[in-house]
Design a protein around this ligand. Sequence first.
Ligand SMILES: [Fe+2]
Length: 201
Amino acid sequence: MASHKLNRTTFGDPNNAGNLMSLEEAHSLLNEWVPNERLRLHMKQVAANMKAWAIEKEGADEQTALKWELAGLLHDADWEKYPDDHCRIIIEELERRNIDPDVIRCIASHGPNYFGVEPVSKMDKMIYAIDELSGFIHAAALIRPTRYDGLEPKSVLKRLKTPSFAAQVNREEINDAVSRIDDVSLEGLIQFIIDHQKDIA
Ligand SMILES: [Fe+2]
């Protein structure tokens, strides 16, 4: 992917704090913008992991958990239709819909090396790490006859050390993302993701 620097530092309007969209609305946006079923699945998996992390690790209330979930669900919404303007289009759409700035900033920071926006909040940092790893773990599961059943972090770690496997996934970014989170190891996060995305269809 080429550089998609957003050249922005603020996202959304602080007056919209607490303005979220329903999951139904988010899913209908996805259905409209993302014909590719695999890409939709990727976003649903990231969303499930984000929501679970918010609730289980951050003690989030329902509204906060929905924020994390929505960021996961929508982070690549513009990727298929607007590859050259990926991230910018969905951000502007969410700004137009007056969505909570935390959600918009989180989406903007899901790829600091591409979009030039550094993750600041825990939600920002988690989407960066989960996005990278979720797709990789799914690829590692798909090549197994039993898929997620019996998939262990150590076999994912081994695949990460095999550069030819899912070669497009940048290992340095995974390490960078995980190093920004102080309460989980790479192995621990892999286990968390396996547990929370294995049943997402
Ligand atoms: Fe993604």
